[in-house]
Design a protein around this ligand. Structure first.
Ligand code: FRU
Length: 513
């Protein structure tokens, strides 16, 4: 991070009023070429999962799996940033560092309102982080059934400094290899804490009065449904089904390998929870995916978000190639923060998502309206930028094209396609021609998402940011997230249509700061 870009305040770098590297003529193109403008990235070094997301006294806290000394995964710390609006982030010093008990793997954080933990000293409520200790020495010694346990740490100064609990671990390893990523929430009906923990091919549920003593209450996953692969980073929360009085519980379940687009991805279940165990409303074979792209993993939601909002953030990469992507001094970005909702659809109750409304703070200049028209080959969008928000509606009844959407390109002839294929009724992102991809053979081709909506009006909301695209189709019923690495930043954008016309009924575009 160059001084010229940002205000330096002690060890804390403020991102407010920063000149983004993308617009900065002094930007070091070698190390910063693919750095996004409005997605969260670490200043330097390696980042993976979002951790410990919690809101307290006007601040959204974001912790993340972090290795500051290298751009590949290593001894895991919890990096830390805060935001007042989910859009502008202030980097803070590292919150948790590895110690003799191990690396600090993923987990969650809560506000201990009633001081159940007894950690409170002054006026501030304790923030308590619950994480996995991964003992590398045990792993190296082949003691795989002993290496992961759960620990806690607390802060009594609004998350600025953290103390690990002297009697860690709070949950010892019961001789299980993959035993990690505790997600803790306050469970109001019994005024206690509840934890969902990923354990191999299932999750386990635990209960506690004080965040220190935990008791197992149940399991879900082995038979009741679920995709194979190692289960990681679960999140269990209630949501009201929109327009009804029905409350359902949603279990987000990240799967390390074999997800819908290949590699890692996020499955979800809709069902009930009685404080002890979750039950799936759907058949085990009905597999629901949060995102159909390749690059949205380990996502979980904020605790204590105001106005009962259920806010989600994922890591915009995939374990198949995360350590190889061609960025310079830093590796990987987070998705946009998204608001989740549940809606009744013809297929059943489904999760919808859209970028948080605060995202509109980034719109710069006037909204550009794209005229209603039938597009038969391409329609160039001007002025062009690589940080855009696009909202397009098409009338399928009047569309004869086999396939239509948006294409990004550059003077090197590289292209990134995002579209809808009418015959197969699927959305897609295609990065076959998108630039650098030799770093990993699976980093090519087309990812598909079935269209589940049946409305003849099809909407595409697109967020493009230098090296990533997020598609929210049909009002957030379907989402796809992919990253890409053109040799030269994309600087052209067009709506395309193949083998017929695409009937555009409404088009809006904003350039984003
Ligand atoms: C998911 C994950 C977690 C683990 C962390 C380690 O991406 O594998 O299960 O806690 O990353 O960095």
């Amino acid at each position: 991070m160059k001084k010229i870009n940002c205000l330096l305040l002690g060890t804390v770098t403020l991102f407010f009023a920063c000149v983004s590297p993308q617009n900065d003529p002094k930007k070091d193109t070698k190390t910063e070429q693919h750095r996004p403008n409005y997605h969260f990235t670490p200043q330097k070094g390696w980042m993976n999962d979002p951790n410990g997301m919690v809101f307290y006294k006007g601040e959204y806290h974001l912790f993340y799996q972090y290795y500051p000394d290298s751009t590949v995964w290593g001894p895991m710390h919890w990096g830390h940033a805060v935001s007042k609006d989910l859009v502008h982030w202030e980097h803070l010093p590292i919150a948790l560092a590895p110690d003799e008990k191990g690396y600090i793997f993923s987990g969650s954080a809560v506000v201990d309102e009633n001081n159940t933990s007894g950690f409170q000293k002054g006026d501030e409520k304790p923030l308590v982080a619950i994480f996995t200790y991964h003992d590398m020495a045990a792993e190296k010694a082949g003691k795989l059934l002993e290496m992961e346990s759960q620990g806690i740490a607390y802060s009594i100064d609004k998350g600025r400094t953290w103390t690990k609990y002297a009697q860690n671990p709070v949950i010892k390893n019961p001789k299980t290899q993959d035993f990690r990523d505790p997600n803790v929430k306050w469970y109001a009906p019994s005024k206690q804490w509840r934890m969902t923990l990923a354990v191999g091919d299932h999750v386990e549920f635990y209960a506690s009065k004080n965040l220190k003593d935990w008791e197992k209450t149940g399991e879900f996953g082995k038979k009741e449904g679920g995709h194979g692969g190692v289960w990681e980073c679960p999140d269990l929360f209630p949501l009201q089904v929109e327009g009804t009085n029905t409350e359902k519980w949603v279990l987000l379940q990240n799967i390390g390998r074999g997800a819908v687009a290949g590699g890692s991805g996020t499955q979800y279940f809709v069902g009930t929870y009685d404080g002890k165990v979750f039950k799936n409303d759907n058949k085990p074979t009905d597999i629901l995916w949060l995102d159909y792209g390749m690059d949205n993993y380990a996502g979980v939601t904020w605790n204590n978000a105001p106005d009962n909002r259920r806010l989600f953030l994922g890591w915009m990469s995939d374990w198949l190639y995360a350590t190889k992507v061609p960025t310079g001094s830093w590796r990987s970005a987070m998705t946009l923060p998204r608001e989740l909702s549940l809606k009744n659809t013809a297929q059943g109750i489904r999760l919808f998502q859209k970028p948080v409304k605060e995202q509109t703070l980034l719109r710069t200049g006037a909204q550009q309206n794209i005229a209603t028209q039938s597009i038969s080959t391409t329609y160039d969008l001007k002025p062009i930028a690589i940080t855009n928000e696009l909202s397009l509606s098409f009338d399928l009844a009047k569309t004869t094209a086999s396939d239509f959407g948006v294409v990004l390109s550059n003077s090197k002839g590289e292209k990134l396609w995002v579209g809808y294929e009418k015959s197969s009724n699927r959305f897609y992102i295609d990065r076959t021609e998108s630039g650098k991809k030799d770093f990993e053979k699976s980093f090519t081709g087309r990812h598909y998402a079935p269209r589940t909506a049946s409305n003849p009006l099809l909407t595409l909301n697109l967020y493009i940011d230098v090296a990533s695209i997020e598609l929210f189709a049909d009002g957030g019923e379907t989402a796809m997230t992919d990253i890409f690495f053109p040799n030269e930043d994309f600087n052209k954008m067009a709506i395309f249509s193949k083998n017929g016309v695409a009937a555009l009924t409404k088009g809006e575009m904003w350039q984003l700061k």
